[in-house]
Design a protein. Structure first.
Length: 71
């Protein structure tokens, strides 16, 4: 599973899992800078794509992917 962390949107990486307050999870598929913001593309639990744009300093709830963990 993994530990849910609060982090800034600028710290998100492909493979991380966004976690909603209601327990839903969304796998991040792409992260890109757009102007001063961050565009995050994701897949829902039933494989539907979605996206949102956030300020880099905004706080999100996420679980880190295994690939981004330090060894």
């Amino acid at each position: 599973m993994g530990i849910v962390e609060l982090m800034q949107a600028r710290e998100l990486a492909v493979g991380d899992i966004l976690v909603s307050a209601t327990g839903g999870s969304y796998e991040i598929t792409k992260v890109a800078r757009v102007g001063r913001g961050i565009r995050v593309q994701y897949l829902t639990e039933d494989a539907r794509p979605g996206r949102f744009t956030a300020a880099p300093e905004s706080i999100v709830r996420a679980r880190r992917s295994h690939a981004t963990h330090a060894a």
